[in-house]
Ligand binder design. Structure first.
Ligand code: NDP
Length: 254
């Protein structure tokens, strides 16, 4: 069987849950070695075991993306285990409070959301890019959101962090394009994961109202976001860089 990413290596932050886990499994199913980085070890080890059980190669490395020391260890693991870093999927993120207006937002929470979602992503790129420069190739995918493209009410730090991710993606794409590195962002609308479960409960009024804003009539699945990540990392996307791709069931059309 001809698999797309045989002998390549992908790093997935937040690869132990939700969208990141689906991405880790999807890359592994295409023959890719996968390094899974997140804070919760049980879930991370379990995802790695799932991949290995199906004949793949995976390694979990306990990582907090707000710590540059952890990130150094994460990137070092890619090289020591697999000798290269072809695809970096910077996906780790937190939502923060769901219904707090801008003026009421707490400063410590603001810092926590920004440090994880935006600064954490930059810290990851800061260590991933030099390896890709050495290799002369690499693809980076940064997980933004439709909240990075439009206003999302009462989630100011989250919305700002996701807008910032798109800016960071465009700058890095322009800086490193000539050196063989592509950088794109994915902007999912609501995807059914532990993160969205906290906000969108089945069978409640808010959930029904939100679904009306989706022309396809439903929220997305983690596997649908993983499909976009596979495409953007593939050679079929070799001329695509600096883009923010909505994966949104038509949400932005409404
Ligand atoms: P999950 O809560 O399932 O996943 C979030 C992941 O991020 C977890 O694996 C978590 O692992 C990891 N993470 C959080 N903080 C840190 C940290 N400091 N260091 C390392 N890892 C961390 O939610 P999703 O899968 O839904 O979210 C994944 C990404 O997709 C996020 O960036 C989110 O903003 C984005 N997104 C999600 C949407 C949705 O509707 N679900 C819509 C649009 C974007 P751990 O806690 O073990 O560290």
């Amino acid at each position: 069987m001809n698999r797309k990413f045989e002998d390549k290596t992908a790093l997935v932050t937040g690869g132990n849950s939700g969208i990141g886990k689906a991405i880790a499994l999807a890359f592994a199913s295409e023959g890719c070695n996968v390094v899974i980085a997140a804070r919760r070890s049980d879930e991370g080890e379990q995802t790695a075991r799932e991949i290995i059980k199906h004949g793949g190669n995976a390694q979990f490395v306990k990582t907090d993306v707000t710590s540059r020391h952890d990130i150094q260890a994460m990137v070092d693991t890619c090289i020591s285990e697999f000798g290269q870093l072809d695809y970096a999927i910077n996906n780790a993120g937190i939502f923060g409070p769901a219904k707090v207006a801008t003026a009421d937002y707490d400063e410590d929470t603001w810092d926590r959301v920004m440090n994880t979602n935006l600064k954490g992503m930059w810290l990851c790129m800061k260590q991933e890019i030099p390896i890709m420069l050495q290799q002369g190739s690499g693809v980076i995918i940064n997980m933004s959101s439709v909240a990075g493209l439009i206003a999302s009410l009462a989630t100011s730090a989250y919305c700002v962090s996701k807008h910032g991710i798109i800016g960071l993606t465009k700058v890095a794409a322009k800086e490193y394009a000539a050196q063989g590195i592509r950088v794109n962002a994915i902007c999912p609308a609501i995807i059914e994961t532990p993160m969205s479960d906290e906000v969108v409960k089945p069978d409640n009024e808010l959930t029904s109202q939100l679904k009306l804003r989706y022309p396809v009539g439903r929220f997305g699945t983690p596997e649908e976001v993983a499909g976009a990540a596979l495409f953007l990392c593939s050679d079929e996307a070799s001329f695509i860089t600096g883009q923010a791709l909505p994966v949104d069931g038509g949400r932005l059309l409404v």
